[in-house]
Design a protein around this ligand. Structure first.
Ligand code: MN
Length: 268
């Protein structure tokens, strides 16, 4: 099987090397990843500067390509131009830190897998739910190898991907595998206001641990209970239940009259 690997932590990150080590014996790998950390870059693409690609050599002589683009750029470059044949699968990760619930719209890791799904190639994102320096990546890498073969066996429907989180513990301490839905995480104080030496305000975003809402059946709960979570994700973000509700709001006729403060009328 042919697999494309990418990530948002950058080409030198431990997680992508762990994936390469685990998958090299069973797959023909191409690795295309950002040349610097791009965490929380979401699904951004580079439109206003050139994107360049450089061959690099990772540990153990593993060949790879580094780009100045985003994770989504890496997938688009590889699938649309660099690879002569479409890979069977794109794997994004292994991310350092969880990508659970509300994290998904921020995550460059998950966005890279979304880009692949948009382009019609099966994909999954995988993260180790720990920022600890000694968190092991091998259990997640082994699980990725197993999941890759299952995806090739079963296939994936269009516009779909899997988002996987693995507890940051040794393999023997993982309590199970659960197929989950996205949970909720609250980031209580994402913005820190500071003052620079010239008396001007500046801000730091993030840094605070989120408060997890431990609802049954969610990825957040599975990780809290040391289980691997696999959440099927669909790219259709439509809130179908709200379509009839918003349809009753009286927005349908003559929007230009509404904006001008004129009463709406059905007359031409
Ligand atoms: Mn990351």
């Amino acid at each position: 099987m042919r697999i494309l690997l990418t990530n948002d932590d950058g080409i030198l990150a431990e997680g992508i090397l762990a994936l390469a080590r685990a998958l090299r014996p069973v797959a023909e790998l191409t690795i295309v990843a950002p040349d610097r950390p791009r965490s929380a870059s979401g699904h951004s693409i580079t439109l206003h500067e050139p994107v360049r690609v450089h061959p690099v050599t990772l540990a153990e002589g593993i060949p790879a390509f580094a780009t100045n683009g985003t994770p989504s750029d890496c997938v688009a470059l590889a699938l649309k131009d660099m690879l002569e044949e479409r890979p069977d699968l794109v794997i994004s990760g292994i991310n350092r830190g969880p990508n659970l619930g509300n994290d998904l719209t921020y995550s460059g890791t998950v966005a890279a897998a979304m880009e692949s799904a948009l382009l019609g190639t099966p994909s999954f994102a995988i993260s180790v739910a720990s920022y600890a320096d000694d968190a092991p990546y091998e259990p997640a890498a082994e699980f990725a190898r197993h999941l890759a073969s299952e995806i090739l066996l079963h296939g994936m429907p269009p516009q779909s991907l899997l988002n996987v989180n693995v507890p940051g513990v040794a393999a023997g301490e993982i309590a199970g595998v659960r197929v989950t839905r996205l949970g909720r995480r609250h980031y209580p104080a994402r913005v820190h206001r500071r003052t620079d030496p010239f008396g001007r305000a500046y801000y730091w975003l993030g840094g605070d641990p989120p408060e997890d809402v431990l609802e049954e059946g969610t990825d957040v709960k599975a990780i809290a209970e040391r289980c691997i979570s696999i959440t099927p994700v669909h790219l259709d973000l439509t809130h179908y239940d709200l379509i009839p509700e918003v349809s009753t709001w009286g927005l349908a006729s003559k929007p230009q009259q509404r904006l001008a403060g004129e009463p709406a009328t059905d007359n031409p």
